[in-house]
Write a protein that binds this ligand. Sequence first.
Ligand code: S3P
Length: 437
Amino acid sequence: MGGQQDWIVSPGTALRGEAGIPGDKSVSHRAVMFAALADGVSRIDGFLEGEDTRATAGIFSQLGVRFETPSPSQRIVHGVGVDGLRAPQGPLDCGNAGTGMRLLAGLLCAQPFDTVLVGDASLSRRPMRRVIDPLSRMGASIESAPGGMPPLRIQGRQMLRGMDYTLEVASAQVKSAILLAGLYARGETVVREPHPTRDYTERMLSALGVDIEFSPGYARLQGGQRLRATDIAVPADFSSAAFFLVAASIVPGSELRLHAVGLNPRRTGLLVALRAMGADITEENRSEHGGEPVADLVVRHAPLHGIEVPVEIVPDMIDEFPALFVAAAAAEGVTVVRGAAELRVKESDRLASMSAGLRTLGIDVEETADGASLHGGNIGAGSVESHGDHRIAMAFSVAAQVASGPVRVGDVANVATSFPGYDALARRVGFGAFTRS
Ligand code: S3P
């Protein structure tokens, strides 16, 4: 392992041209997992070649699943069936991926062998009780490190029972873990959510032939079902597109087209927020990609103004707050965020990371327990920390585009977890230089 990687990002020019955004992280994780559990051979197109999703594929190789990679962003998955996974030789490393670890906890607690799930430094600080508690109610046996943190030691050979469960926090990962355990449980499993979250698990299980009933905030399935192999097309990741949507909105003279971006309504809260702030983003060539709505997004520079972000759209933009904070910093007036305490338990404490960094760059930010008030202003040069969080690193590279001088962003290696090649793509459409130090 080398030392820490930092970027020094220079302000650039107007953003122009077209950008292809890599595949969706949430969908790619699930595609690998569910194809591995299916009977037969599935093909995945548009797979995200990021560290998180490759870690998940690596774990299924350790569990005895064979993959072929005919070309980058494609996988052929030789499914082994719901009862075909093999005991691994050692611990399973989820890397930086909360999605990987939480969904795997649901799946592995139902297997006839023991497993240990480990993660990197950031993942090892993230809360796992939210999956351990409900899975234990179903009969799972999972031990964590003190405080409910990874590693997770999962004892197999448990008889799981279905249950009717209402989530305490809106979390697609927790919902998905329970549904995966529910596939192996006796009887029926019902999950209810306080706010609807992304429904990729439900959609994809259904596409693989599972009888699952779902509507926003609700999902129900019977245990004992099998999955049928199918081909899966992964749309471009809206969360990765978000950085370009904000960058082109705030850099004068910009006009950028992002190709075939996934527009699942549980993901696109940032579009609602940016448009309310005055952004000029249009959708062209609408179509469907693997059952998901997609469109080209054309974004042109527009003066932004502050808003109160409606609390009800917070879960629909939960991964986009680092980008939104930069838009707010560059906007005129005050932007208020509330109801977003979940940001404190992401890859870093995103309320703290963004507030501290923007203050360093001269922006007036009041951080609250569950949000922040941001006073738009002139963004200065300076040195900020990403806290090893991919989205914080990319957000500050966007802030640098309108800064008065270069911005040093510390600890950026984790950008590769979700967006390999981000800096090269950003440079190509007009961002300033990214110097590595
Ligand atoms: C994800 C769900 C979200 C999101 C994460 C990916 C998923 O987390 O923040 O990046 O793929 O299910 P929650 O489980 O907190 O909803």
